[in-house]
Design a protein around this ligand. Structure first.
Ligand SMILES: *Cc1c(COP(=O)(O)O)cnc(C)c1O
Length: 414
C-alpha cells in the first residue's frame, strides 16, 4: 500500500516536471510510468493540445515579413530578429529557426534566460540581451558568447571585478538613453569613462552602441529628431566606433529608413503587425503570423429572459442560439473582451456575458453543429478579426495581445 502511494507521488512529480518543461513541442514523459499508453495525448504539451483551441502560426508570414525588410536594408546592415517574450507569444525557438532560415544573422532577447533557451535549442548566432542582467551572471554570458547591454558605469565596474580570471571576454553593447528615460548612459563624461573602462581591458569586447526611440511610431517627428541629435552627439565622442551602431526597432526601420544604422532590431513587424496600430501606414506589406482558432463545444437555444455567464450581465431578448467556446482569460482571452465579435462561418458573432477563466459564450445567427470552427483572430470567409481590433476593444496595443496569449494555448506551426 505504502509503496503504491510512493510510486503514485513519484509519477505525479514526473508529470508536473514534464508539464512545466515541455513548452511547445516535446512530451517529456518518462516511458517507465505505469499510466495509460494514451497519457501523452493529455499531459505536457498534450495537456493543451487535446483542447481544440490553438494559435496557428504561419512560418510563411514570418518569412514574408523578413524578406520585405531585408530588401530595404543598406549594404552593411544586419537584421536581428527580436524574439523576447517567447517570440512575442509566437514561440521563441520556433521563430528563431524560421528567421535563421530566412537569413537573419542574429537575435535580440530581453532576459538572460531567453538567450539561454535559444542556445540550448542550438541557436549559435549572436544574441543580444536588451535588458540589464544581474552582474552575478557575467561569466555564463561570456561563456555562452552572448552580448549584453551595459546601461551604467556602476554595472560595468562590478562586471569588471566579476570577469577577473575569465577566459572569455564579455561582449557588450552600450545603451544610450537619449530620451526614452529607461536604461543607458545620458552624459558624455559617463560614456567616455565607460569607453575607457572597456577599451583598456581584454575582459570586454566593445561590440555595439545603441539607443531606443520613444516616438518612432508617431507622425510628429519632433521628439524623434531630438533623440537622434543627442545620439549623434554622444557617439561622435567615442574614440573607437564599435562594429554595431544601432537605433532601429521596427517603427524606426519602417518610417525612418534613411537614418544610418548597421543593425536593425526587428520585432513586431516580423510578426506581421504594425508598430503604430492604425496611426501610420507601413511602407511594406505586413502579414500577421498568428491566428487564434477554437471551435464550438456546445450549442444550445435559450429563451427570452435567460441569462448567460457570471453576474448574469447578458439577458436574451429573444430565442437565441448560443455557442460555448473553450477559451478564457487564463488563455489570455481577456475578460473585457465581452462584446467583441469572433467569426463563425464568415459571420460576426458577439461574445455575450462575461468571459470565464476557460470558456466564453457567443451568440450564433442559427444553430451550428458542435465542432464548428470559430476564428477568434484571423480570416473566415471574406471577413477578418485583427489583433488591432482586439487592441482597440481592450484599449491597448497589439503587442500586449500577442504577448498575453498564455502557454496553455498550443502553438501550431504551418
Ligand atoms: C523590444 C525592443 C525592440 C523591438 O521592438 P519592436 O517595436 O517590436 O520592433 C527593439 N529594441 C529594443 C531596445 C527593444 O526593447
Amino acid at each position: 500500500m505504502i509503496s503504491t502511494v510512493f510510486v503514485f507521488v513519484i509519477c505525479k512529480l514526473y508529470l508536473l516536471k514534464g508539464y512545466s518543461r515541455s513548452r511547445h513541442e516535446q512530451s517529456l514523459l518518462p516511458n517507465c510510468l505505469p499510466i495509460s499508453a494514451h497519457a501523452h495525448l493529455f499531459i505536457g504539451s498534450g495537456l493543451r493540445k487535446h483542447r481544440k483551441t490553438y494559435a496557428r502560426i504561419s512560418k510563411k508570414a514570418i518569412q514574408h515579413n523578413l524578406k520585405n525588410e531585408q530588401a530595404r536594408l543598406g549594404a552593411n546592415c544586419e537584421l536581428f530578429a527580436v524574439v523576447k517574450a517567447d517570440g512575442y507569444g509566437h514561440g521563441a525557438v520556433e521563430i528563431a529557426k524560421v528567421a535563421r532560415d530566412a537569413g537573419v544573422t542574429g537575435f535580440c532577447v530581453a532576459l538572460l534566460g531567453e538567450a539561454l533557451e535559444l542556445r540550448q535549442a542550438g541557436i549559435r548566432e549572436p544574441i543580444l540581451i536588451l535588458g540589464i542582467v544581474d552582474v552575478a551572471y557575467v561569466a555564463i554570458i561570456a561563456a555562452e558568447k552572448l552580448s549584453v547591454t551595459v546601461g551604467s558605469l556602476e554595472w560595468l565596474k562590478k562586471a569588471k571585478l566579476k570577469m577577473k580570471n575569465q577566459n572569455n571576454s564579455l561582449r557588450i553593447h552600450i545603451a544610450l538613453d537619449t530620451g526614452m528615460g529607461r536604461i543607458g548612459f545620458r552624459t558624455v563624461s559617463e560614456l567616455t569613462e565607460a569607453e575607457n573602462t572597456v577599451s583598456d581591458s581584454k575582459l570586454f569586447e566593445f561590440e555595439g552602441v545603441y539607443t531606443h526611440f520613444a516616438t518612432a511610431d508617431e507622425s510628429d517627428e519632433t521628439k524623434f529628431n531630438k533623440q537622434l541629435e543627442i545620439f549623434n552627439k554622444l557617439i561622435n565622442k567615442l574614440k573607437n566606433k564599435p562594429r554595431f551602431i544601432h537605433v532601429a526597432n521596427s517603427a524606426t526601420a519602417l518610417w525612418h529608413q534613411q537614418i544610418p544604422t548597421n543593425l536593425v532590431r526587428y520585432g513586431i513587424a516580423m510578426y506581421g503587425l504594425n508598430p503604430s496600430g492604425h496611426a501610420l501606414i507601413s511602407p511594406v506589406s505586413l502579414e500577421p503570423a498568428m491566428e487564434l482558432i477554437s471551435e464550438l463545444i456546445q450549442v444550445k437555444e435559450i429563451q427570452p429572459g435567460d441569462t448567460v455567464s457570471y453576474g448574469a450581465t447578458y439577458e436574451a431578448t429573444d430565442c437565441e442560439w448560443v455557442g460555448t467556446i473553450p477559451i478564457g482569460y487564463a488563455d489570455g482571452w481577456r475578460r473585457s473582451l465581452q462584446g467583441q465579435t469572433v467569426l463563425v462561418d464568415g459571420q460576426r458573432c458577439e461574445i455575450i456575458g462575461r468571459v470565464c477563466m476557460d470558456q466564453c459564450m457567443i451568440r450564433l445567427p442559427k444553430e451550428y453543429p458542435v465542432g464548428t470552427t470559430v476564428v477568434l483572430v484571423g480570416k473566415s470567409g471574406t471577413d477578418q478579426v485583427t489583433m488591432e481590433e482586439l487592441a482597440e476593444h481592450l484599449d491597448t496595443i497589439n503587442y500586449e495581445i500577442i504577448c498575453g496569449i498564455t502557454l496553455r494555448v498550443p502553438r501550431i506551426y504551418v
